[in-house]
Each structure stands twice: as C-alpha cells, then as structure tokens.
Design a protein around this ligand. Structure first.
Ligand SMILES: NC(=O)c1ccc[n+]([C@@H]2O[C@H](COP(=O)([O-])OP(=O)(O)OC[C@H]3O[C@@H](n4cnc5c(N)ncnc54)[C@H](O)[C@@H]3O)[C@@H](O)[C@H]2O)c1
Length: 339
C-alpha cells in the first residue's frame, strides 16, 4: 500500500515511522460533520472539510472563532467528479468521512437533484478514493436507517444484511450507495463502512424529518412549547456519539465493505419526552408528540458496528439530553442563537 510523504511521521518514541491519520470530511459544515470537526480538534487530528459553500451556522455553535478560522476548507459540489478528485488529492487525507447529502424532504421534492448529490456524489467520493492508489485507506460514509422499511416488512430483529424495501427515494439512494460501496471493494479494493443512523439529536440537528427530538431540546432550553411530528418506536443517537462512531469506523474499516446498523437508544418518542421531563421538570407538559411512527422499523441489531469498533460510543440518554439543553442555554446566553 502506498502512502504520501505528508502522511508519514517519524515517531521518536518508537524509533520508526508511523502513519498519521488525516481525514477528508465531505459535508463537514453540517450537523454530524461539525461534531466530527469538534472531536478531531479536541484530539489534535488533522483534517480538511469539504462543503458546498461557506456557511458557519452550525460550526459556530461548536467552535470558537479562532478554531473556525484555523480550519482547512475546500468548497465545491460533491456531484462534480473532477472537483472531488482534486480536493481529495490536495487534502493529502488517509481516510474519508463522507456525509454530504440532501435529506428526505429535499429528495422527496426533487428526486433528480437528490440522486445527483446523494448517489453520484457518493460515486465521486469512492472514485476519488480509488484514484488515490491506496493513500485513502478507508471510506466511512453516511447511509441511513431509512434504508429499512416499516415494521410489518420484517419478522424479528433486523441485522445488517437483512434485505430492505425502503419507503422513500432517499432510502433507495442510500441503499444504492451501499451496493456501490460493495462493488468498489470487490472490483478495486476500496474499503468502507456505511453507517445507518436513525434519529440523530443534539446541537446542530435542526433539519430533516427526524429533527423533532433536537428541536424539542432547543425549545426546552428556551422555555417554549414544542410538538414532535411523529411518535412511537425510534432509535435516538446523540450527535457526539455518532461523530465518534464515524471517526472510529474511518480508522478501523480498512478491509471489506460493510453497511452497519446504528441503534443508539432504542425506545419511543414518548419515552424520550419523559426523559426530557426528568432532566428539566419545568418542561413538563410543554413537549408533546403527534402523528404516527416513522416508516422505519426500530428493532435493529448492531452487532456489526460493535464488532468493528469494539465498544460503540453511547452517552446515557439523560446525560446527552442534559448536555444538549445546557449547550442551547449557553448559546442563547452568548447570543449565538436566538431562543
Ligand atoms: N442527522 C440524521 O439524523 C441522519 C440520519 C441518518 C443519516 N444521515 C446522513 O448523514 C449525513 C449527514 O447528516 P447531517 O445531519 O449532518 O446533514 P446536514 O444536512 O446537516 O449536512 C449535510 C451537509 O452536506 C452539504 N452538502 C449538501 N449538498 C452538497 C453538495 N452538492 N456538495 C457538497 N456538500 C453538500 C451541506 O451543505 C451540509 O453541510 C447525510 O448524508 C444524511 O443523509 C443523517
């Protein structure tokens, strides 16, 4: 396997060269991307973020102005092959975390645009990895629990390789990406892991069909009422945990092409609201849910993710809810966000 000189460091403690991680993060300004940026800054790992056009709305909720100014950034459209290839090459990265994509409402309204960004964009990322001739050792990419259909389609727990019939274009685009990832491993030896988060919640998660739990936490911090637009079974994954899971997969998925279920905290939206009320008793009665469940079964097995990572990062639900409410209050106090 080849490594560029930029990624090889002499480590005096070991008296030999060691490979230094460097990440290339597409969609690095988005919710999950910004949390990955936060975690990589904390551990001192170098990275480049790639996104469509400058927009620091989420990054500024997690980073100081100095940290934002220090970021290595490349702007471009993930659906343009040459742009992605050049950006990956320039970055000198050894692993890619691919998050850039459009969410369910946009894919529903404009499936052609959805496929262009979500499917062609992902092919471009894998092509760039292939052309790196081994410098990129792995691609951790965002698939989604939306590949899974509603509970009536299944008998028993859903494992990673259970066949799926999604109920959205978005779900089929993600399923297509998983298939293409397998072919990139089969034909070209590009290793990858696709993660399938369900409802991610935390600072920055304010867009998309399953953003209700996050918006409920923001409303709680602001002392406002909020109604989550779905109810029933769901999987809840905290933003910081999913960030750590992506980083871990990008480091460890150096062979094969797995598509991995992510369970997070399995429970109902009603349970989630009860924990909000335990953590913030003043919110009692202010946070509600209405409507049916999401069309995605929630009895999911994540053995594959556990086997790859050893331990799956999972903050206790009450702690993550408390942390998010506190962070929102701090952002309101500092005028970064308006209640
Ligand atoms: N948040 C969740 O609950 C969740 C659940 C399952 C899967 N996912 C997937 O995880 C990924 C990240 O999710 P998120 O919540 O951070 O989303 P997000 O919408 O906050 O971030 C997506 C980022 O992609 C960028 N982007 C969009 N189109 C682009 C283009 N053409 N070129 C370059 N960049 C482009 C956006 O500017 C944005 O910064 C997405 O692929 C999403 O489908 C998210």
């Amino acid at each position: 396997m080849l490594h560029s000189a930029a990624n090889v460091d002499h480590d005096p403690a070991f008296g030999r060269c060691r490979i230094v991680d460097k990440f290339f993060i597409t969609g690095g300004q988005g919710c999950i991307g910004a949390w990955i940026v936060r975690r990589l800054l904390d551990e001192g790992t170098p990275f480049t973020i790639f996104d469509l056009a400058p927009n620091d709305q989420i990054l500024q909720q997690l980073l100081s102005a100095d940290e934002s100014a220090s970021l290595q950034r490349i702007f471009g459209d993930v659906s343009v092959t040459q742009t992605v290839e050049q950006a990956v090459q320039e970055s000198g990265a050894t692993a890619i975390i691919h998050l850039a994509g459009l969410q369910i409402p946009t894919c529903r309204a404009n499936p052609v645009l959805g496929a262009t960004v979500n499917v062609l964009g992902t092919l471009n990322v894998f092509e760039a990895a292939r052309k790196s001739e081994g410098r990129i050792r792995s691609v951790a990419y965002a698939s989604s629990a939306a590949v899974i259909g509603p509970p009536e389609d299944y008998d028993g727990p859903i494992v990673d390789d259970t066949p799926h019939r999604p109920r959205t274009h978005y779900g089929y685009f993600k399923l297509t990406n998983e298939g293409n990832a397998r072919i990139f491993w089969q034909d070209h030896g590009v290793a990858s892991a696709g993660l399938r988060p369900y409802a991610v919640y935390g600072i920055g998660r304010e867009l998309g069909l399953s953003s209700g739990p996050s918006l409920a936490l923001r409303a709680t911090a602001a002392g406002q009422d909020y109604t989550i637009s779905f109810s029933g079974p769901c999987g809840f994954t905290y933003t910081r945990d999913i960030a750590d899971q992506f980083i871990g997969c990008a480091r460890k998925a150096t062979a094969g092409a797995s598509a991995l279920n992510v369970v997070g905290h399995c429970g109902t939206v009603e349970d989630f609201i009860s924990v909000i009320e335990e953590v913030a008793p003043d919110a009692r009665g202010s946070i509600r849910c209405e409507g049916g469940p999401l069309p995605v079964a929630a009895v999911i097995d994540e053995t594959g993710l556990r086997e790859l990572l050893g331990t799956v990062p999972l903050t206790p639900l009450a702690d993550s809810i408390r942390d998010t409410i506190d962070r929102y209050k701090d952002l309101f106090d500092r005028g970064v966000l308006q209640p």
